[in-house]
Design a protein around this ligand. Structure first.
Ligand code: Z5A
Length: 208
């Protein structure tokens, strides 16, 4: 049986550069013959993902708790696919995961962090989380917010605080104000360390 792939998650606030860096990492690893694939959450292509998409684009309204469970269900519906790919030796670079689910929902009034975490229990735990930390000044230089839900400064500040509250020893805090290339080099180095230590180890799952 192949040794399992590494499971890396990128997290961070709006416009931190997660998608850009995920894709650069996947391309670089495949060029080095490390089989790697990109995935992202929410995955808007599934039936559940389409409802989430309508919600984010403000086409429909949903109660906070209901939409939180849909984001989580979107991860659960893709859990078998994630596991199969990792088991077959493919490394996964995933743009947002459970931590975004909790950080964004718990930034809303009346939403408790532990309540938000509960539906994530049992999902695969990543080997490392790369948290891209973008300063307000750098964010302003990357252009204005888009039209989707959550894209405003006060909300994003609360989200950032929630990410910091969840940070553990497997998280790498990365200064996202750097240039694309400098960031990429730092991320490649971090990935190599995680890959070496995670290869061949059993999967971990989120506990309470
Ligand atoms: N959400 C949730 O509520 N619950 C959940 O469970 C999950 C998510 C999983 C949609 O996410 C929303 O869903 C999101 C969280 C919530 N709401 N917000 N905000 P999404 O993944 O579909 O969309 P996004 O995460 O908001 O994308 P993003 O944050 O806006 O983008 P990013 O991936 O971090 O950045 P980027 O697209 O790579 O780059 C943004 C721009 O900056 C682009 O023009 C780049 O060319 C530029 N860029 C990137 N890096 C650099 C550097 N280093 N220097 C200069 N310019 C750069």
């Amino acid at each position: 049986m192949a040794q399992r792939g590494a499971f890396i998650v990128f997290e961070g606030c709006d416009r931190a550069g997660k998608t850009t860096q995920c894709k650069k990492l996947v391309d670089a690893l495949n060029r080095k013959n490390v089989p790697t694939e990109f995935m992202n959450f929410p995955d808007r292509s599934t039936a559940i993902g389409q409802i989430i998409n309508d919600y984010l684009q403000k086409k429909i309204h949903l109660p906070d708790k209901a939409v939180h469970l849909l984001f989580s269900a979107n991860r659960w519906e893709l859990e078998p696919k994630l596991r199969e790919k990792l088991e077959s030796g493919i490394s996964l670079v995933v743009d947002r995961y459970s931590y975004s689910g909790v950080a964004f929902s718990a930034a809303k009034k009346g939403m408790d962090l532990q309540w938000c975490w509960n539906p994530e229990i049992g999902l695969l735990e990543p080997d490392a989380v790369f948290l891209l930390n973008l300063s307000e000044e750098a964010a302003a230089m990357r252009g204005g917010f888009g039209q989707e839900r959550y894209e405003n400064l006060d909300f994003q500040k609360q989200v950032k605080e929630n990410f910091m509250a969840m940070k553990s020893s497997s998280w790498k805090l990365i200064d996202a104000d750097k240039s694309l290339e400098d960031l990429h080099l730092e991320i490649m180095e971090l990935f190599n360390k995680v890959y070496t230590t995670s290869h061949g180890t059993p999967f971990k799952r989120f506990a309470s």
